[in-house]
Design a protein around this ligand. Structure first.
Ligand code: 5GP
Length: 187
């Protein structure tokens, strides 16, 4: 695997911080960047496609892949498993792609310990917890219970932001996208 170039960017953010929109906008601006598609045991949400948003697998299939050492990192998030496939990442790096991993803080901390890989870590921070609460409510996809869980989780995740190489405050989307793009292109 071609692993010494800084061609992997890990991006983490609390749920509702605007990470997905930010990454998608950046993808339109920088050629050659590819989203790594994770495996998950979570059920697809409406509109999500297998192989595009995630590889949706059963929990037992996920466990089998853990045992076989297929994952570079994996974590349990909100009761579901998520993991990054080693073979997919090496395939993308061999094609010369810049790879973006959209993974949670637990997964990022696992990769922090992989010293032989030159990975850059980017944390997307919401302007405030209040704003996060508003965005999660406006999204309309979560129950009150789920929103509260995500807010508690966000507070935990924010404690890890100093472990990242870059912190982008997503107060204004276009500005945040520009900051993200300049991080990728300057490395
Ligand atoms: P969602 O279910 O909303 O798509 O994602 C929930 C959380 O799981 C997000 O924080 C996302 O970054 C994280 N996630 C997605 N894929 C992976 C992965 O492969 N590994 C880890 N550790 N987290 C992931």
């Amino acid at each position: 695997m071609e692993i010494n170039q800084p061609r992997i960017f890990v991006v983490s953010a609390p749920s509702g911080a605007g990470k997905t929109t930010l990454i998608k906008k950046a993808q339109k601006l920088v050629q050659n960047i590819t989203f790594s598609v994770s495996h998950t045991s979570r059920k697809p949400r409406s509109g999500e496609k297998h192989g595009l948003d995630y590889y949706f697998v059963s929990e037992s299939e996920f466990q089998r892949k853990i045992k076989e050492g297929d994952f570079l990192e994996w974590a349990e998030v909100y009761g579901n498993y998520y993991g990054t496939s080693k073979s997919q990442i090496s395939g993308l790096l061999e094609k010369g792609r810049i790879v973006i991993l959209d993974i949670d803080v637990q997964g990022a901390m696992q990769l922090r310990n992989v010293k032989e890989m030159n990975i850059k870590f980017v944390f997307i921070e919401p302007p405030s917890i209040e704003e996060l609460n508003t965005r999660l409510n406006n999204r309309g996809t979560e129950t009150v219970e789920s929103i509260n869980k995500r807010i508690q989780n966000a507070k935990q995740e924010l404690m890890f932001k100093d472990q990242y190489d870059f912190v982008i405050i997503n107060d204004e989307l276009d500005r945040a996208v520009n900051e993200f793009v300049s991080i990728i292109t300057s490395q």
